[in-house]
Ligand binder design. Structure first.
Ligand code: ADP
Ligand code: MG
Length: 455
């Protein structure tokens, strides 16, 4: 901060008061600017916790502006040097973003690596390294026109992870206060880096977990799936034998043979679609943004659970709205939600009770939302704690994982919707979820949330 001293003559008390007030005023203004900058950084962290670039841009711009410097950059260290990840006030050709720079002997970066403290050079042209023509420094002075230079380390525990550099085109040393300020910004950048790294690790772990629960869910279906595949295969064998018989007749019964072959094709398609579904639910894939017809997605899931439904003698009723708008999201993730709700419903009705077993799946829509409801006539949920089933690891099943519903809730919420449970009338459980229709949805927001998607 530059001090404004009244010039000329000895200070009278009145003059001093004015000077003090001016100084105070300046301090307050500066403090307010710093506070605004800090909240701007916090806002950018909150707005894009998964993306570091805008955060680093904001930090670099604020540090440069508040220190009244012309050029600023944020660097991150790697094994073989450092990369510039944000910069402000300098043309593309210098401080090239993304370029890996070596830490050359004698350069300020090398000094910071050694001391782990700020490197402040009041006038680069008087610096030893410049006089010894260290290339990095020569470029700074002669190409960018830098005179006063500051590089502040970003330290995580004791590890040097990066730094913020700000420079001036004229000789004007940075004040202690300014160095302090840049140090505070460097700490913020380190925190943002750490938050993002942990977020990434968490997401990775959760992706694995979601995949594992999908595989487990499919595991529950193995025997009924085998049964489900056996049926079309038996039909294929029978129709193949029949068409062979039609063709060996004298004269060959071409029309009948053709009909048998058409049946074969249909059955093969049916078996194939089951296999495809199983495959897409079991395989690991990056989240996608599809335009989805929820009704079709439900019908596909039904092909996978049909065997289980038959085995448990459950009556299925589907009431799918024929004017359902599309939704936007990842098909496999949304099918995982439906699969889990349906398997839970089937499992709830697989006990010894002999009352009618009914699974009802319905869809409907309003202007704001597409709603899917899965009802069963099992024992239902305890009315006073409808949140409990969504708790991670809550399960009442001997071989349950208790992760299904908590993962479903995250998936639905990442798609901009809600998932909740209630009691079904007259008995059983009712699980419902909503999703925003593609037209009404804030597409960018959903896309952003899917980009950051955990599953
Ligand atoms: N349709 C339902 N009827 C009754 N209870 C249910 C139903 N769906 C879920 N629950 C309860 O919620 C618990 C958690 O379900 P979930 O998260 O899918 O894990 P899991 O199926 O592995 O137990 C279940 O163990 C069960 O107690
Ligand atoms: Mg479950």
């Amino acid at each position: 901060m530059e001090q404004s001293k009244p010039r000329g003559g000895p200070k009278t008390p009145r003059r001093r008061r004015v000077a003090d007030r001016l100084e105070l005023q300046e301090q307050v203004t500066e403090l307010a600017a710093q506070q605004a900058a800090v909240s701007e950084v916090l806002r950018s962290i909150a707005n894009s916790p998964h993306e570091l670039e805008p955060i680093f841009d904001t930090i670099t711009a604020n540090a440069t502006r508040l220190c009244r410097a012309e050029v600023g950059a944020l660097i991150l260290f790697e094994e073989h040097g450092y990369r510039i990840v944000a910069r402000t006030g300098v043309a593309d050709t210098y401080y090239v973003k993304g370029h890996l720079y070596p830490v050359s002997e004698g350069a300020p970066s090398a000094r910071m690596v050694k001391t782990r403290s700020p490197v402040h050079i009041a006038d680069l042209t008087a610096d030893q390294a410049y006089l010894q023509r260290v290339p990095g420094l020569v470029a700074l002075v002669e190409q960018i026109g830098v005179r006063s230079y500051l590089l502040v380390p970003m330290l995580k525990d004791d590890e040097l992870v990066g730094g913020i550099t700000i420079v001036r085109a004229h000789v004007q040393p940075f004040t202690d206060k300014q160095i302090e300020l840049v140090t505070a910004f460097a700490a913020q950048a380190t925190i943002a880096l750490e938050i993002t790294r942990r977020e990434r690790q968490l997401r990775q772990a959760q992706t694995e977990l979601a995949h594992a629960t999908r595989v487990v869910a499919m595991g529950h279906l193995t025997s009924s799936l085998a049964h489900e595949l056996k049926q079309p295969l038996c039909a294929v064998a029978a129709n193949a034998a029949a068409s062979s018989r039609w063709l060996t007749r004298e004269p060959a019964q071409i029309e009948n043979a053709k009909r048998s072959i058409e049946c074969i094709i249909k059955d093969v398609e049916r078996a194939n679609s089951v296999i495809d579904r199983v495959h897409s639910l079991v395989k690991k894939a990056a989240p996608r943004k599809d335009t989805i017809n929820i009704n079709d997605a439900i019908l596909e899931v039904m092909t996978v659970v049909r065997g289980e439904v038959v085995k448990n003698r459950i009556r299925v009723q589907t009431q799918l709205s024929d004017s359902l708008p599309h939704v936007r999201g990842d098909l496999v993730q949304l099918q995982q939600v439906m699969l889990n709700l349906i398997i839970n419903a089937i499992q709830a009705m697989s006990g010894p009770a002999d009352s009618p077993r009914e699974l009802r799946i319905s869809t409907e829509s309003t202007k704001e939302e597409v709603r899917v409801a899965v009802r069963d006539t099992g024992p239902g949920l305890s009315a006073d704690n409808l949140q409990l089933p969504f708790e991670p690891f809550y399960t009442t099943k001997p071989s349950g994982m208790g992760m299904g519903l908590s993962i479903c809730r995250v998936i639905v919420e990442e798609h901009g919707g809600r998932l909740w449970a209630s009691e079904n009338e007259p008995r059983g459980a009712l699980f419902q979820f909503t999703l925003p229709p593609t037209d009404g949805a804030d597409r960018d927001q959903i896309d952003a949330s899917l980009d950051a998607s955990r599953y």
